[in-house]
Design a protein around this ligand. Structure first.
Ligand code: C5P
Length: 248
């Protein structure tokens, strides 16, 4: 545990009672707008938030985001910005103009960079700037090689604190990290958790996975689910099954 971590004051805000439909984010990890729209149509009313990541965005550009927003969907733009503050601020400003509801930045880009991203989104207060702390693909030896000493959990906590102090509305973190983040930093921020697999489902290539209910019980406010929904024979039924597992 790092010595003097400032506690984030709650101010009464909590994500504990969020409606299950607002918690579910479907990842559109495909390479064409047509494939993405096919998934959105198949999911129907079972989800309203879609994650557009670097694959789809690189292939199709901002038009897919504009189209999703125009059709009433909420977009989580997961491009993990990490650059000088001026550049990240400019990119976040463009994302704001696109009408996205959530976007990601790397917490390790520094407080100045995080603040620039947050300030650039101020015209759209409902837009959540979320910080990626430590990528789940990294282990302690990877961190050690880049000069980040200590446990992964301590690094996650330190980076999350910096993100919240600089105005980010939440973090992206695994369910394994969520418990400690909630106990150390309180309730007043979002924890968006990937690596979720429906109870009884196929774990595919994910090694450390949790069920939707486990993620929420660990303190996640939102869950990101990709292939279990997008590759299902009936994506809407799969999404409904996940919603029922988190209390819908
Ligand atoms: O595995 P699945 O298809 O559900 O992944 C959905 C999204 O979650 C992907 O966009 C992936 O980048 C992200 N993810 C992650 N960390 C993990 C697993 C998945 O960020 N450990």
């Amino acid at each position: 545990m790092p010595a003097a971590l400032p506690r984030i004051r709650d101010g009464g805000l909590t994500y504990r009672n969020l409606d299950p439909r607002q918690r579910l984010i479907v990842a559109l990890d495909v390479s064409t707008a047509a494939a993405a729209q096919k998934i959105v149509a198949a999911v129907g009313e079972s989800a309203s938030t879609y994650k557009v990541g670097m694959q789809l965005y690189t292939a199709e550009g901002p038009s897919i985001v504009r189209d999703l927003v125009a059709s009433g969907k909420r977009v989580f733009l997961d491009l993990k910005y990490h650059d000088i503050p001026n550049t990240v601020g400019a990119a976040a400003s463009e994302a704001t103009r696109l009408g996205v509801s959530m976007l990601t930045v790397h917490a390790s880009g520094s407080g100045k960079m995080l603040k620039a991203a947050v300030e650039a989104t101020s015209t759209r207060p409902e837009l959540m700037v979320l910080a990626v702390t430590v990528l789940t693909s990294m282990d302690e030896s990877d961190l050690d090689k880049i000069g980040m000493r200590g446990t992964i959990q301590d690094s996650v906590l330190r980076l999350a604190s910096i993100a919240l102090e600089n105005g980010c509305k939440g973090v992206v973190a695994s369910a394994h990290e969520a418990l400690r983040l909630r106990s150390e930093l309180g309730e007043a921020f979002a924890i968006v958790t990937p690596g979720v697999r429906p109870a009884g489902g196929n774990v595919a290539d994910q090694v450390r996975v949790v069920t939707p209910a486990q993620a929420i019980a660990s303190g996640a406010s939102h869950i990101v689910v990709g292939r279990p929904i997008t590759e299902a024979a009936d994506p809407a039924a799969e999404a409904r099954a996940i919603l029922s597992q988190i209390g819908a």
